[in-house]
Design a protein around this ligand. Structure first.
Ligand code: 1PW
Length: 213
């Protein structure tokens, strides 16, 4: 059996680039493809990252189910999803009551994690040759996603970050060539990721969906 193709940051780049339409809508298909790429990347970082990738994977899977389910035409973009789920009363605004998780609350978790990714990659891109990946990762986590996690997850996450390789080795696991090449690709990729992040943030803020339980 052929080994699965190695992760390349380029796929993730082109997926997030393909997300935003001319009308500034965020397409779920490429958004989830980008996440699939990130999850493969997390797998390549080893077993300590599996609890992180498991949660992201479960959320991506739930979204993929909605995107090919009965109401798939409503899940083309984040905008159409928000409209549909709010109009149909599918979003639990105050408390979870055992109903299936909505697309909105699930995307919100991925969206918060995307902010972490954005800060982390930006830290890697601008960090010096000898900067520590684990420190960059911890700082970006503390400045973003950590605020939404209970103590025990924060602890486990920060412990996993200690297992990250050096910046150079890390840049090489991105599979886009030398460390300098990887930095250049990050420079191209990050504006697209931050575009997706800010459009989503604005959409969720506008509909008061930023605190969904
Ligand atoms: C090295 C770069 C990594 C960037 C990839 C980001 C993946 C983010 C996944 C973090 C998951 C941490 C463990 C799970 C926590 C969940 O409790 C939490 N999920 C997220 C994505 O924050 C909240 O989900 P829940 O419990 O409300 O369903």
């Amino acid at each position: 059996m052929a080994a699965p193709a190695a992760f390349s940051l380029r796929e993730v780049l082109s997926a997030f680039e393909a997300c935003v339409t001319e009308q500034r809508e965020v397409l779920l298909g490429p958004y989830l493809c980008g996440w699939r790429g990130l999850i493969r990347f997390l797998h390549s970082l080893g077993a300590v990252f599996s609890f992180i990738s498991k949660d992201a994977e479960a959320k991506v899977q739930l979204m993929e189910g909605l995107c090919c389910g009965e109401h798939r035409e409503r899940y083309v973009s984040l905008q159409s999803m928000v409209r549909y789920e709010l109009d149909s009363g599918l979003v639990e605004l105050h408390r979870r009551s055992g109903r299936p998780d909505s697309g909105c609350r699930t995307v919100l978790r991925l969206h918060r994690a995307l902010r972490w990714l954005q800060l982390f990659l930006e830290g890697l891109r601008t960090g010096g040759e000898h900067s520590r990946t684990s420190a960059i990762c911890t700082d970006s986590y503390n400045a973003s996603l950590a605020a939404f996690h209970p103590w025990v997850i924060r602890k486990a996450a920060t412990m996993a970050f200690c297992a990250l390789p050096s910046r150079d080795a890390f840049l090489r696991t991105m599979n886009v060539g030398s460390a300098e090449d990887a930095v250049a690709v990050l420079g191209e990729a990050l504006p697209h990721i931050s575009d997706v992040y800010s459009i989503t943030q604005e959409l969720f803020a506008q509909h008061r969906l930023l605190d969904l339980p």
